[in-house]
Design a binder for this molecule. Structure first.
Ligand SMILES: Cc1ncc(COP(=O)(O)O)c(C=O)c1O
Length: 402
């Protein structure tokens, strides 16, 4: 057995795909100590900085005192508290659906939704760049899985057409977690209607970020009621932990009864439900936090473009800097670490082989000086990793390089 394990690990090392855990200490918003070095974080998903908000922390602490730390059981046994019900009501209100159901994580939410909705004989049609949790869920469901090229809705249409007669479940992320781009929800809704399927949208990175009130990718187009299940997480912009399904009362009733990762999993601690409830209230009450996030996103984007990086338009806090080779991506991340910035390299299987990248993420908690610092650092390291030469007439050179 050991020989097998060692051989597999050694292959990973040879191909620059080996991973090991590294520990962060003294985390203070977007600053931390990493492997003994003070670093600026441009890598998390706490887009609004709510995980450190004193009001969110206070809600967790107060509820720990009244409800304890753990929930002690699955919801259908004795682990369903007033805080679970309150948070579900809050999520349903926030997302504009009749009901919502909590899971212990976003990963489990995807697993729970897709395995309950699809089985043998059904067809799951999904975008190639859907999150791993949706891919794993589709596999586990035993449905036939058909993948369409990223945002290629013509191919999606063809696949749905070819599978007419079967129960089809169309699945897409709203914001793609490693590319930061946004799906065309209108087109997905149209296709699900045309082929009479179900539509499941993973809004993990949309909630708190997109929409005029931060309610997610479907908010401004009024498409929520045409999406059968919106999945989301409380672990990213909401700053806590947990996942949810939001949909009709009948859908949520069905999931309560058929979704195994809900039925057989100990429920979220009430302290986290209270914290997430408070965080959702803050998204509503303080839109200026989201405005600051978007201001920061546009600043980082504009700065990196000026520094010579070619980027897709800014549509979320996720800014991928695609390097290509796994070894180069690791070296670029290492070079940034030497500059005191933590942006890990993302490699296969998180992204396709040969498309390794830095996944830079922006938070409302970043200050102007943090943003200026990361842009300058990326400018300094650029020439070692990208073949195209920096234009000496680029105004950025005069402004920032001494
Ligand atoms: C698009 C997407 N869906 C689902 C998940 C899983 O959510 P969680 O981290 O809350 O388990 C993630 C997390 O990385 C994600 O990016």
């Amino acid at each position: 057995m050991n020989t097998f394990l060692e051989k597999e690990i050694s292959e990973l090392k040879d191909t620059h795909l080996y991973r090991r855990l590294k520990t962060l200490k003294k985390i203070d918003g977007v600053r931390a100590v990493f492997e003994g070095r003070e670093v600026l974080l441009f890598c998390g998903n706490d887009y609004l900085g709510l995980s450190r908000d004193p009001r969110v922390i206070d809600a967790a602490v107060t509820t720990a005192q009244t409800h304890g730390v753990g929930s002690g059981a699955a919801r259908l046994i004795s682990g369903s508290t007033d805080w679970h019900a309150r948070l579900e009501e809050e999520i349903a209100r926030f997302k504009g659906t009749a009901a919502a159901l909590l899971y212990s994580s976003g990963y489990l939410a995807n697993l729970g939704i897709l395995t309950a909705l699809a089985g043998k004989g059904d067809v799951i049609v999904m975008d190639k760049l859907c999150h791993a949790s949706a891919i794993d869920a589709a596999r586990l469901s035993q449905a036939t899985v058909r993948v369409f090229p990223h945002k290629n809705y013509r191919r999606c249409d063809e696949i749905l057409q070819r599978n007419k007669g079967a129960r089809t479940i169309l699945v897409s992320d709203s914001v793609f977690s490693m590319d930061g781009d946004v799906a065309d929800l209108e087109e997905l809704v149209r296709l699900k209607g045309k082929h009479d399927g179900l539509l499941v949208i993973d809004d993990a990175h949309g909630i708190g970020v997109l929409g005029s009130r931060g309610r997610g990718a479907a908010e401004d187009s009024n498409l929520t009621s045409r999406i059968d299940v919106t999945m989301g997480t409380l672990s990213k912009s909401i700053g806590c932990l947990g996942g949810f399904a939001a949909g009709s009362a009948a859908m949520i009733d069905y999931l309560i009864n058929f979704s195994r990762p809900f039925i057989f999993d100990t429920s979220l601690p009430p302290l986290l439900c209270a914290a997430a409830s408070r965080a959702l209230e803050l998204v509503d009450q303080e839109p200026e936090i989201r405005m600051r996030l978007w201001k920061n996103i546009h600043k980082v984007h504009a700065g990196l473009k000026k520094a010579g990086y070619s980027l897709a338009p800014a549509s979320s806090p996720i800014i991928p800097i695609v390097v290509g080779g796994e070894e180069s991506a690791l070296a670029l991340a290492e070079a940034l670490l030497r500059e005191g910035i933590l942006v890990p390299a993302v490699r296969y299987p998180t992204v396709p082989k040969g498309k390794a990248r830095l996944r830079l993420t922006v938070s409302a908690a970043h200050q102007d000086r943090d943003i200026e610092y990361v842009i300058k650092a990326l400018f300094r390291v650029k020439k070692h990793f990208f073949s195209d030469k920096i234009d000496p007439l680029n105004p950025f050179v005069e402004e920032t390089v001494q």
